[in-house]
Design a protein around this ligand. Structure first.
Ligand code: C2E
Ligand code: MG
Ligand code: MG
Ligand code: MG
Length: 286
């Protein structure tokens, strides 16, 4: 829309694509082609139990295989997708693809397959009329049950209030799980857990990184990390520590009481085929 293509959108654009940055309009046009032309793909990153590294869940992370630029990270095109509205068809595609993949893993690996598939959802999608129905359709068409799907929303996506909350309540009533992503980085994290229908808190990676250092700042971050865990436990929510990059991070988070984690040190985001190889190993007795 004309309103969105003014100076403001350039001011907020976060370039991360190197010297030859595509402008917002060009990027939007190319993204539209990418969607139609099958250039989008999904990587999957497990959520693992810190105690024994067992794979508990999986998260779908979209990638753009650009014909000239190679693989582009979501941080470099999701903001454009949101402003152009392309996030709606893009998100719909990721949701269906992830549900299909989850069902395929269950078919192939049974009980050793991850019990949930997480899909990231933008605020704009939550505001789309009919989004809850779309989710229900995707779940049913893949032959999944609602509790197999985790929708990951950020605090900012939910803060738009009214309609977004109504949609989350409808989704919760349907039976899908809701995760608050990047938890602790928003403006009103504490207010949200009182009001938002949520099952899982994903502690933002900035807390994990800082909690493993030393000094006053680290102590403060660790204090927040453990307070988030306490709240999760009291409310009977799951808590996941994001951004476990090394053994020390894993030990530190486990020492604070976190049972679940996600990060490069545990398993990197991988193409579906490589995840299959990991799951095959879990089927075999160790
Ligand atoms: P997120 O949902 O919080 O996903 C976690 C991000 O952290 C991913 O980046 C993942 O690759 C990265 N990560 C995993 N382990 C580590 C680690 O140990 N250290 C560090 N520093 N990072 C780690 P990615 O794939 O680039 O995605 C970035 C964000 O883009 C996601 O953050 C999510 O907000 C958004 N996103 C990704 N896929 C989708 C999608 O299909 N739809 C929407 N709306 N947003 C998406
Ligand atoms: Mg996420
Ligand atoms: Mg996150
Ligand atoms: Mg994040």
């Amino acid at each position: 829309a004309a309103k969105e293509s003014g100076k403001d959108s350039f001011a907020r654009y976060q370039p991360g694509m190197g010297a030859d940055i595509l402008d917002h309009a060009q990027l939007g046009a190319q993204l539209r082609q990418a969607l139609d032309g099958g250039q989008l793909t999904v990587r999957y990153q497990p959520v693992v139990r810190l105690a024994d590294r067992r794979i508990i869940g999986m998260e779908a992370l979209v990638r753009w295989r650009h014909p000239e630029r190679g693989e582009i990270s979501p941080g470099d095109f999701i903001p454009t997708a949101e402003r152009t509205g392309l996030i709606v068809p893009l998100g719909r595609w990721v949701l269906r693809e992830a549900c299909r993949q989850k069902a395929a893993w269950r078919e192939a690996y049974g009980d050793s397959s991850p019990s949930t598939i997480g899909v990231n959802v933008s605020g704009r999608q939550l505001l789309q009329p009919g989004f809850a129905d779309e989710v229900a359709d995707a779940v049913h068409e893949a032959g999944l049950e609602p509790h197999h799907l985790v929708l990951e929303v950020t605090e900012n996506a939910v803060l738009t209030g009214g309609q977004a909350f109504d949609t989350l309540h409808a989704l919760r009533a349907f039976g899908v799980k809701i995760a608050l992503d990047d938890f602790g980085t928003g403006q009103s994290s504490l207010r949200l857990i009182r009001t938002c229908p949520v099952h899982i808190l994903k502690l933002d990676k900035s807390f994990v990184l800082a909690a493993a250092t030393t000094g006053t700042q680290a102590r403060r971050q660790a204090a927040v990390a453990s307070a988030v865990l306490r709240i999760a436990e009291d409310l009977e929510l799951d808590a996941v520590a994001e951004g476990i990059e090394n053994a020390e991070h894993a030990d530190r988070m486990a020492a604070l009481g976190y049972r679940l984690g996600q990060g490069y040190h545990l398993v990197r985001p991988l193409p579906a085929g490589e995840i299959g190889a990991l799951l095959a190993r879990e089927v075999a007795p160790r």
